[in-house]
Write a protein that binds this ligand. Structure first.
Ligand SMILES: [Zn+2]
Length: 112
């Protein structure tokens, strides 16, 4: 299944669900479509993820990266160094810096 974090999402006012563009469910009437920036945007507006196209299911690799970055930033906020956080997550600190940069656009210190 083609799956990209950049997939465009739309929400449907009448059903309250948020879908990926190309969802197999019946297309909504255009006047009921709300375009959303991302899933978080849709959720804060009160929409729930569609069960068919699963906009809440991310690419495993992206999911892994996000979890790694979140864990690392959590450790850094609690006073660990970048090197210690990287070691705890079994990645090199260079690799961790790159992951954080990809995920947040910042260095680990700035992002934490
Ligand atoms: Zn859908």
């Amino acid at each position: 299944m083609a799956d990209s974090p950049a997939t465009l999402l739309y929400a449907v006012r009448t059903t309250g669900v948020v879908c990926r563009v190309g969802c197999a469910s019946r297309p909504p009437r255009p006047e009921n479509v709300v375009w959303v920036r991302d899933l978080a945007d849709a959720l804060t507006q009160g929409f729930r993820p569609c069960r068919r196209c699963r906009p809440d299911a991310t690419h495993p690799q992206v999911d892994f990266r996000r979890r790694t970055v979140e864990a690392a930033l959590g450790m850094i906020r609690l006073g660990r160094t970048v090197e210690e956080a990287a070691a705890a997550l079994h990645v090199s600190d260079r690799h961790l810096r790159r992951l954080v940069r990809q995920e947040t656009g910042k260095s680990p210190r700035e992002a934490a």
